[in-house]
Design a protein around this ligand. Sequence first.
Ligand SMILES: *Cc1c(COP(=O)(O)O)cnc(C)c1O
Length: 471
Amino acid sequence: MHRHLAADLARLPELLEATRARATDFLAGLTGRPVVPPWRAPEPEPLPEQGAGLHGALAEFAERWEPLMSASAGPRYLGFVTGGVTPAALAGDWLTATMDQNPTSALDQAGQQLERLTIAWLREMFGLSPAHDGAFVSGATTSNTVGLAIAREWLGDRLGVHVAADGVGALGGRVRVLSGTPHSSIGKGLAVLGLGRRALTEVPTLADREAVDPAALEEALKAAAREAAGPCVVAANAGTVNTADFDDLLAIIELRDRYGFWLHIDAAFGGFAALSPAHAHLVAALDAADSICVDLHKWLNVPYDSALQFTRHAALQARVFQNSAAYLGPLGDEPDLIHLTPENSRRLRALAAWFTLRAYGRAGHAAIVEECVAGARALGRAIADIDALRLLAPVRLNVVCFTLADDPAPERLADLAADLTDDVFVSPTVYAGVPALRAAFTNWRTTQDDCRRIAEALSRHVPRYASTEIS
Ligand SMILES: *Cc1c(COP(=O)(O)O)cnc(C)c1O
């Protein structure tokens, strides 16, 4: 054994204690540090020949890299859609690495059984019936891609070909994926799957909305039928990233009864509306989908590398993702998890989710959702009161989309966002052709005090960007 490995093994409890202390210090300083510190590239580091041992590595990391890390686990990092990490989820994640299980096979089944239990809990939490099988994947992009892969197999069945066996060419290019405001990951998934980004047709939305117009969707389905384009996939949206808008799922399901398509629903963060009595109606019809994407590293507040993929068509899923090998055993009625997703070996993703659900239950996670919604509302009201800012959409759930009232040029918005990074991190976007900023609330730590601090920072910085300066 290399001398540093031997030494670290001999001092493991002490070294883990030192690591714990670093983690605790970081978390204690989370609300004090800039939300995104200014970037300055550290000196390049050559590949270490002998290394410095864990103690040396900790010291080096603390000095060089830790100060550059953002407070993305903290309460005012509202860019992208970025959840935090609950205390129990953090503990679960630590133990995931500690135990280093590979939960994909019944030959060593504790990890796999814990995943199945956690999936059943989450299925219930999102109001889904047992007709949906679930699987843990690395994020919503992979979840969307897996859903579309199962859809691809289903399309093959409709056309009398076997895509998993014969390749995507067997479909003859006749694939159409219809969506109102698809997340960018849908195009990426289509590229990966050989269906091609051009398979995606964006269907007009309702006026001043990101939700698909059901009448326009029906027209698109009729056009596909006229052109004998074969069955379609509809990628419906339950929570768009700019304005948290929801497609009318009931109207889409009614269209499916008439036109027969695969219904995939991207409910990456919007699925959590199921936890809020005032918003649950938005996803009440989720169960009818053929495949569903829900992200866990966003609103469940588990660390990165966690999402769920649900489908009513597990047999088709196993046809795509089966990984037959002599030592892995037959597929059977309940295929091992290795046969359901792109990865083979992987970490025990469910453990962080199991911990946070066991620790805080449905009610604790419902409270996170409600507090985030209240935070978004509060920020929305504050922005409405700042003359130089304009809300671009009502705050429907947890996202606030706003811009400069005059001349919202992308560079001015980027400068404003950069001015704000001590207090809040927001992302640039374009909504209905207008450059904008958006703040997404998904972190369990965010309080009304944080919202006041953000509003105060906006009031302080925005006047510099008002085109008629008052000073
Ligand atoms: C975040 C998000 C995705 C992609 O999620 P990743 O976890 O980044 O892969 C897909 N769809 C929606 C609606 C999202 O919000």
